[in-house]
Design a protein around this ligand. Structure first.
Ligand code: TYM
Length: 340
């Protein structure tokens, strides 16, 4: 429907893009492929919003100084990987209070049962003794992030699929209960590399919180550390460089090489026909070193000017507040709150 688009956006014809990324935890190759690279690409396709979701980062144990520093680290990384703060709105979630408000309002139309079925909640709550209420309601905050901007498309990796489904359900339930208010968003995943796996345990996703240290390639790793991680990547007892459900390690490396070089997985399989794993793994490592080298150089430059980062963040927050305000106001009104 174009109902909410017409009323709640200043430019109803352009495509709205929104995505979020957590500041805590080292950013890794999975984030680059499922996140950063998609952000830079989708910002060319419409009116885009990219949010450092600092409010999400307090749902598990964290250090306040670390949250502070990593918020600025992540902002520099978003620019280093290609976001243009003139073209896109890049901001911190806590700077726009509408996000916290929307989460509370949307909790009225979020199912308790559905939240309990979120695999991320189940995984993360099993791993720790203290399980915060925020870890449980986390997807409601995420739904609000997306819905406040009348978002059409959400570039994400495969691990966020279930959360996106919940956001769509929440939007539809609100629209049915209180009248057409939200665009129901669609996810977009990278064609190759939607789920980058841990190099040591290729049946689980690469992650700085849930993966192995040696199997996680950090974007700020030194070139030699990256080469070493790929040289020791776990494959299988065969010697064929091809994708298959029985070959999670090799499939993952093919995907990574495909993303890093722009060659198709099929072309890579043909190139390495009969070559064995040694050279293949070394080549993947080298390609990743080349992929991240320019990012690391730009990052170091940008991170050095903290004053400029803060100035740009403040500008991003202003733009985001203006964009979110009409939708938040409509939510309050339609839910029956007195507006004085
Ligand atoms: P986060 O911070 O864990 O991850 C940021 C992005 O990186 C993707 N990603 C991966 N992609 C491929 N392979 C992997 N191994 C891998 N690991 C992470 C994620 O899918 C994500 O796109 N809940 C979100 C943040 C969020 C959000 C939002 C996203 C909050 N509000 C609104 C979109 C829209 C998260 O924790 O992502």
């Amino acid at each position: 429907s174009c109902g909410p688009r017409r009323v709640l956006r200043h430019n109803p014809t352009s495509m709205r893009v929104f995505s979020g990324i957590q500041p805590t935890g080292d950013k890794h190759l999975g984030n680059l492929i499922g996140g950063f690279r998609q952000y830079a690409r989708t910002q060319e396709e419409g009116e885009a919003f990219f949010c450092i979701v600092d409010l999400h980062s307090i749902t598990v144990d964290y250090d306040p100084q670390d949250l502070h520093d990593r918020t600025l680290d992540l902002y520099a990384m978003l620019l280093a990987t290609g976001l243009d703060p003139e073209r896109s709105t890049v901001f911190a979630q806590s700077h726009v209070t509408a996000h916290a408000e929307a989460a509370w309002l949307l909790s009225a139309v979020t199912s308790y049962g559905q939240l309990g079925r979120m695999t991320q909640f189940k995984d993360k709550s099993e791993q720790r003794e203290f399980v915060s209420a925020g870890l449980f309601t986390y997807p409601v905050l995420m739904a609000g992030d997306i819905l406040l901007y009348q978002t059409d498309v959400v570039p994400i990796g495969d691990d966020q699929r279930q959360h996106l489904e919940l956001a769509r359900d929440v939007a539809a339930r609100f629209n049915a209960r209180f009248g057409e208010t939200f665009v129901v968003p669609e996810a977009v995943y990278p064609e190759v590399g939607a789920r980058i796996m841990d190099l040591q345990e290729p049946t689980r996703k690469m992650s700085t919180t849930g993966g192995t240290a040696q199997g996680t390639v950090r974007l700020l790793d030194e070139p030699d550390a990256i080469r070493k991680k790929f040289r020791s990547a776990v494959t299988d007892s065969g010697r064929e460089v091809r994708r298959g459900d029985d070959k999670p390690g090799v499939s993952n490396l093919i995907d990574i090489l495909s993303v890093a070089t722009g060659r198709t997985p099929e072309a890579i399989e043909a190139d390495y026909d009969g070559a064995g794993y040694g050279q293949f793994k070394a080549d993947v490592g080298e390609a990743v070193v080349e992929l991240v080298a320019p990012v690391q150089a730009r990052y170091a430059e940008l991170r050095a000017d903290e004053g400029e980062l803060l100035r740009l963040l403040a500008r991003g927050a202003e733009k985001a507040r203006v964009a979110a305000a009409p939708t938040l106001a409509a939510m309050y009104e339609r839910m029956g709150f007195v507006r004085a």
